[in-house]
Design a protein around this ligand. Structure first.
Ligand SMILES: Cc1cc2nc3c(=O)[nH]c(=O)nc-3n(C[C@H](O)[C@H](O)[C@H](O)COP(=O)(O)O)c2cc1C
Length: 400
């Protein structure tokens, strides 16, 4: 009888130990890569398994979930940035140096997030930026991004290097949905002309022309480690001069917005050439490592060529992970703010995830604006009374 009890206790202990061991092996502690900590508990997650969507409460959560779910190779290919990732880290950290000014004694009972981008109406001042090959996160690839953007009334601009064709993406848009499309400056001019025609024909309303990877991409070491491949031949033109930029407008009837403007001088050039808008961006730190953040570039344009903001629309992106980041860029003069990696991470859940990500950001924006005493998001655009950027300015421009 006693030996029976002993073996029973032994079996019980063994099964406890086994469960503990197995759980220990499968459950994960994920390296958060310095992302802000807001209590997301990953100890019950299993590597390679999609975490519950209802645990996602802010944009960074989606990155952690994607890191848990995606194969290391694909996570690295989306997450990577160029060389030492100085610019990527700067994009993520610049927000710590900006303070928001919140005013009381105002009527904020009805907060309005509506805006226009190139004259088209949108319900949100942030948009889904072009990001190549969404298909490694979810089979629906760019289709879920287009559908979620349509449901929320947000702009989506697919990459010319998408998993789905640009016609397939256009086809899932709502009847009244406006989408723009991204294009690269290919050295193959026939390809460029043919793609511009297809973009026009499919009903996209403007082109984000990416001008920042002149012949090469940045050397994205983090991704190279996974793939063992140097991304050498991009097919992008390495002789894209000022004349070529001016001339490219003859190739399409759609408005062209140069994307990847990262100096005040280039912003002024685009203004002088009569472009309707520019898109300030360092490509999420994936191209030239060491360049400034959009916050710094916008401050520099304000300082050197303030007329840019009066005469053309300005969009910006890079490291935007919360509504307060959106507000900072809007206050610096951006009319709309792009999201690159966040929609990719959210897309591991397909359309439902992207919709949730956008809805969370919408709620954050509504809340922050209300708490800041501003009922209309359009009043934030170019309104420096809402932010304090002195710390950034002191570091970037030096103290005179
Ligand atoms: C995986 C990935 C692919 C991208 N592909 C493109 C692209 O095809 N064309 C382009 O103009 N920008 C591309 N970008 C840059 C984004 O449009 C955007 O500028 C950048 O991701 C914004 O920074 P964020 O990721 O911190 O939000 C890509 C970015 C990522 C992360």
């Amino acid at each position: 009888m006693a030996s029976l009890r002993t073996s029973y206790i032994l079996v019980l202990w063994l099964s406890f130990a086994l469960t503990f061991l197995l759980h220990g092996c499968l459950s994960v502690e994920i390296d958060r890569e310095g992302l802000p900590w807001t209590g997301l508990n990953t100890t019950d997650w299993e590597t390679g398994v999609l975490p519950p969507l209802d645990q996602m409460w802010e944009l960074n959560d989606f990155q952690i979930a994607a890191k848990n779910f995606l194969a290391a190779r694909w996570y690295a290919s989306y997450r990577t940035a160029a060389l030492d990732q100085v610019t990527y880290q700067a994009n993520m950290n610049i927000w710590q140096k900006i303070r928001l000014n919140g005013y009381t004694f105002r009527d904020v009972s009805d907060v309005n997030l509506n805006t226009t981008i190139l004259g088209y109406n949108f319900s949100l001042p942030f948009f889904i930026a072009p990001a190549a090959y969404a298909g490694h996160t979810n089979e629906s690839a760019e289709l879920s991004l287009a559908i979620a953007a349509g449901k929320l009334g947000a702009l989506y601009a697919p990459s010319i290097e998408s998993t789905k064709t640009l016609e397939e993406i256009a086809a899932v848009g709502l009847p009244n949905q406006t989408m723009f499309h991204q294009e690269y400056v290919w050295s193959n001019r026939t390809l460029l002309i043919e793609q511009l025609k297809r973009i026009e024909h499919a009903g996209y309303k403007a082109i984000f022309l990416t001008v920042d990877n002149t012949g090469v991409n940045g050397i994205r070491v983090q991704a190279i480690r996974e793939t063992q491949e140097l991304d050498s031949d991009t097919g992008h033109s390495a002789s894209f001069t000022l004349e070529a930029l001016a001339e490219i407008r003859n190739l399409t009837t759609l408005p062209i917005v140069p994307k990847g403007i990262k100096t005040a001088a280039d912003a002024k050039t685009c203004l002088d050439l009569g472009f309707p808008a520019i898109y300030v961006s360092n490509h999420g730190g994936r191209v030239l490592d060491g360049v400034p953040t959009s916050v710094e570039i916008l401050l520099d344009i304000r300082k050197q060529y303030p007329e840019v903001f009066e005469n053309m629309e300005v969009y910006a992106d890079g490291g935007v992970r919360s509504a307060n980041h959106v507000i900072a860029l809007l206050a610096l003069g951006a009319r709309a703010v792009g999201l690159g990696r966040s929609p990719i991470w959210a897309n591991i859940y397909g359309e439902e995830g992207v919709e949730k990500m956008l809805t969370l950001l919408q709620a954050e924006l509504q809340t922050s604006l209300q708490l800041m005493g501003e009922a209309n998001v359009q009043n934030v655009v170019g309104n420096l009374s809402y932010i304090n950027t002195k710390q950034v300015e002191a570091e970037y421009f030096g103290i005179n």
